[in-house]
Design a protein around this ligand. Structure first.
Ligand code: NAD
Length: 358
C-alpha cells in the first residue's frame, strides 16, 4: 500500500492535481498498485478555512503518508496578509517537516515542443539534464533573520552534513546517467561555497568514474543558455538552484511542462514547478502535463517503477506529437482543455501498457 497525501492548494492547483490523481487511479485500477489518497488543505485555502496556511491537520496528514502530491499555493487574495500567514510559508514548513532535502528538477527537451522554445532548436534539441537543488538549508532557512526600517539581515549557513547528503544523491544518480556532475557555487566570494566545493571534492574520491566540474553560479547561468546539452547533473545549493532551475525550465518554452520531486530519508514531495496561475484559474485551460510528468517522477522515485514512469513520459510525448496541446503552448495542432488533456494521457498510457503486456 502507498499512502499519498494530496494537497491541491490554490488557483489552478486543484485543476491540475485532479488530472494527476486521475492518472494514478487509472494505473491502480489496471495494475492493483494499492494507492490510498488523503486530501488536505494548504496555502490560501487553508488561510481562509483555518486562519493559517499550514494547519495541524494537514501536517498530520502528510506525516501519516509515504509521499505528497502538491498543486500550487498563493494568489493575489493573500498577497497583503502578514508574512507568517502567507501561503508561501506553508511550502517552506512542508519541506522542512518532511525533511525533503534533495530537489530534483529534470529538464528534458520534448521533440514536438522544440519549436515552442525561445532558444534556437539546434541548441535545445537533445537537452537532458537534472538540476539537483539542496532544499532545506542555506539562506532561506538560516538564522538570524532581522528586519527594521533601515536594515535587513538574512543568514546563509551550510553544515558539512547537509552538503554531504545532497552530494551523495548527486553521485549516486550520476552513476545511472552520464557520470558527469557540475557543482555550482560562488566560491570566489562566499565561505559557505568554499565549504561546499571542499566537501564535493572530498567525496568525489569515492566515485572515481564520475567527472566533477565546478562553475560559479553567474557563469553557469550563462552557459545554461549557450550550451545546455553539455550539462547532465547540476548540483547546487538552495537559492542558486531556485534561480537556475527556473532558467533551465524557461529555455524549454512552457512552465506548464516542468515537474519536480523532492526526496528525503523518509518522505517524498512531488509538485509541478509552476505557481497557482491566478490569471487562468477556474477556466479549465491550465496545462496538467507538469503534474502528469510529476506523477511519472513519483512512479520513478517512490515506487521504483522506471517502466511506468517511462510509459507516462512516452504518453505525453505521443499526445503532443499527435498535435494535442493546451493553450499555453504555442504550436500547431488542436488546443484542448485541462480535463481533455488528462483524459488523453490516461487513454494513451493504458494503450501503451496494453501494447507492452501483449
Ligand atoms: P505562475 O507559475 O503561477 O504563473 C506564471 C505564468 O505562467 C502565468 O501567466 C500562468 O498563467 C502561466 N502558467 C503557469 N502554470 C501554468 C500551467 N500549468 N498551464 C498554463 N499556464 C501556466 O507564477 P506567478 O504568476 O509568478 O505566481 C502566481 C502565484 O503562484 C503567486 O501567488 C506565487 O506566489 C505562487 N507561486 C506558487 C508556487 C508554488 O506553489 N510552488 C510557485 C511559484 C509561484
Amino acid at each position: 500500500m502507498f499512502k499519498i497525501a494530496v494537497l491541491p492548494g490554490d488557483g489552478i492547483g486543484p485543476e491540475v492535481v485532479e488530472e494527476g490523481v486521475k492518472l494514478l487511479r487509472a494505473l491502480d485500477r489496471e495494475l492493483n498498485i494499492g494507492f490510498v489518497f488523503e486530501t488536505a488543505l494548504i496555502g490560501g485555502i487553508a488561510v481562509d478555512n483555518y486562519g493559517i496556511p499550514f494547519p495541524e491537520d494537514t501536517l498530520k496528514t502528510v506525516l501519516n503518508s509515504d509521499m505528497v502530491l502538491l498543486g500550487a499555493v498563493g494568489g493575489p487574495k493573500w498577497d497583503n496578509i502578514e508574512v507568517s500567514k502567507r501561503p508561501e510559508q506553508a511550502l517552506l514548513a512542508l519541506r522542512k517537516n518532511l525533511g525533503v532535502f534533495a530537489n530534483i528538477r529534470p529538464v528534458k527537451s520534448i521533440k514536438p515542443l522544440i519549436s515552442a522554445s525561445p532558444i534556437k532548436p539546434e541548441i535545445i534539441d537533445g537537452v537532458d539534464l537534472i538540476i539537483l537543488r539542496e532544499l532545506t538549508g542555506g539562506i532561506y532557512f538560516g538564522e538570524p533573520k532581522y528586519r527594521d526600517r533601515e536594515k535587513a539581515i538574512d543568514t546563509l549557513v551550510y553544515n558539512r552534513y547537509e552538503i554531504e547528503r545532497i552530494a551523495r544523491v548527486a553521485f549516486k544518480m550520476s552513476l545511472s546517467r552520464r557520470k558527469k556532475i557540475t557543482s555550482v557555487d560562488k566560491a570566489n566570494i562566499l565561505e559557505s561555497s568554499r565549504l561546499w566545493r571542499e566537501v564535493v571534492n572530498e567525496m568525489s574520491t569515492d566515485y572515481p568514474d564520475v567527472m566533477i566540474d565546478h562553475l560559479y553560479v553567474d557563469n553557469c547561468a550563462m552557459q545554461l543558455v549557450r550550451r545546455p546539452k553539455d550539462f547532465d547533473i547540476i548540483l547546487t545549493e538552495n537559492m542558486f538552484g531556485d534561480i537556475l532551475s527556473d532558467e533551465a525550465g524557461a529555455i524549454l518554452g512552457s512552465l506548464g511542462m516542468l515537474p519536480s520531486a523532492s526526496l528525503g530519508d523518509k518522505y517524498a514531495l512531488y509538485e509541478p514547478i509552476h505557481g497557482s496561475a491566478p490569471d487562468i484559474a477556474g477556466k479549465g485551460i491550465a496545462n496538467p502535463l507538469a503534474t502528469i510528468l510529476t506523477v511519472a517522477l513519483l512512479l520513478r522515485y517512490s515506487l521504483n517503477r522506471e517502466d511506468l514512469a517511462g510509459t507516462v513520459e512516452k504518453a505525453v510525448e505521443e499526445i503532443l506529437k499527435e498535435g494535442y496541446h493546451t493553450a499555453d503552448i504555442k504550436m500547431d495542432g488542436k488546443v484542448v482543455g485541462t480535463k481533455e488533456m488528462g483524459d488523453l494521457i490516461v487513454k494513451k498510457t493504458l494503450e501503451i501498457l496494453e501494447g507492452d503486456m501483449r
